[in-house]
Design a protein around this ligand. Sequence first.
Ligand SMILES: Cc1cc2nc3c(=O)[nH]c(=O)nc-3n(C[C@H](O)[C@H](O)[C@H](O)COP(=O)(O)OP(=O)(O)OC[C@H]3O[C@@H](n4cnc5c(N)ncnc54)[C@H](O)[C@@H]3O)c2cc1C
Length: 479
Amino acid sequence: MRVAIAGAGLAGLSCAKYLIDAGHTPIVLERRDVLGGLVAAWKDSDGDWYETGLHAFFGAYPNMLQLLKELGIQDRLQWKEHTLIFNQPEKPGTLSRFDVPDIPSPFNIIASILRNNDMLTWEQKIRFAIGLLPAIVRGQKYVEEMDKYSFAEWLKRQGIGERVASDVFIAASKALTFINPDEVSSTILLTALNRFLQERYGSKIAFLDGSPTERLCQPIVDYITAGGGQVRLNAPLKQIVLNPDGTVKEFLLRGLNGEPDEVVTADFYVSAMSVDALKVMLPEPWQQIDCFQKLEGLEGVPVINLHLWFDRKLTDIDQLLFSRSPLLSVYADMSNTCREYANPDRSMLELVLAPAKDWISKSDEEIIAATMTELEKLLPEHFGQENPAKLLKSHVVKTPRSVYKATPGRQQYRPPQKTPIANFFLSGSYTMQRYLGSMEGAVLSGKLTAQAICESLPEASASNLQTLTRTPATNAATA
Ligand SMILES: Cc1cc2nc3c(=O)[nH]c(=O)nc-3n(C[C@H](O)[C@H](O)[C@H](O)COP(=O)(O)OP(=O)(O)OC[C@H]3O[C@@H](n4cnc5c(N)ncnc54)[C@H](O)[C@@H]3O)c2cc1C
């Protein structure tokens, strides 16, 4: 079967990869001239990479790890020490670590929490452990039910106290969703906590050894093309053209540089575009259908990714850092964490600025100036004194609409991969899957879409389906 997929982010590429495995012929159509969507990266005129986002991989990403294994590129993940490191804003320049010992879960996480006395008092630890019991006992069902509360509300209901939110979970909330604990659905943080508590290496972090475009997306493209599929850049979907019965007749691509528009036909059609891009393209007759109407409840959240190159080494820490700053979310010295960006003499800090709604329309200069002021608190020994580190160059990448904004009540709006339209499917980390708006969620959604397409075939070719289901694709409903 020929399957046309709009969008070459991780969801679209993963969908195409698993369709190849099931014996089909995908053609991926990407609007931009770069692969990867939210993991896209570019090389500047000095040959330095800059990225849409600082991306951390977790041990609790089974579908991503499986995909890398299937592509034979699992060695491209550089695993870091099993620890979570937080800045301590009240003591500028100092760090607090949750070192996770190599013992079975959940004892490893419990031990890391018990051993950390900088960020949680004993009373907070005990209250938090009791508060988490329903999530541990009732699992994902309870976690989904808690979508009606923000994480700050959930903490209050469990009697844990709001300080924990500002002390610890502001960092986790901003890192996972780019919004604060008083805005984020408690389902998000409880899902992450549950995975970390259940999997021995779930919270272990890895960095890719180079740019996601070259080191992660390109091998997927190579696999797709070797299997007879296609991936086309500069191929923007302009219109989803319908048959009289409301099914998809064809994808109409916008002609670029004076070229005429182009028609692409297939047996099945997939939108692997972001939810915001899909919403503006929904054909009129579909707009009253419940599954598509609900998309109005989802919207991408703004985020900014900064890259700052300095004239000296600022730190030798080879790990993701949770800033706990009001301006920033996570950051890393990529000259330590990423093989291709390595530099023994000079640091390149990659930093995520979130929440970014008040910053997204500001100039790069304003954003960099505010970040430099923040660095005085994070790395006081190198800034704000006699001989401060010199900023050599910078890149600011703004994404006005990134992953869906995971505020309370959003779970009910996330659509399944299979739609009421017989030959039209959805993929994307915003669609319903248990890993939220993440790389793992995107890869899993692509796999679930490929499965849904195979299942919709009249004979549901059993052998092809087995190929897909051998891999660990699980959805929220079945988890
Ligand atoms: C700053 C930042 C940091 C992040 N950090 C992490 C992290 O540490 N760990 C993690 O797991 N996740 C992280 N994420 C989230 C992760 O990147 C995303 O969840 C994931 O990449 C989304 O993939 P996707 O394929 O669902 O969507 P997208 O990447 O948005 O892909 C959609 C694709 O559709 C294309 N498209 C849109 N319109 C059209 C059209 N008309 N025609 C054809 N194509 C079209 C787009 O160009 C894009 O390529 C981060 C994201 C950002 C922005």
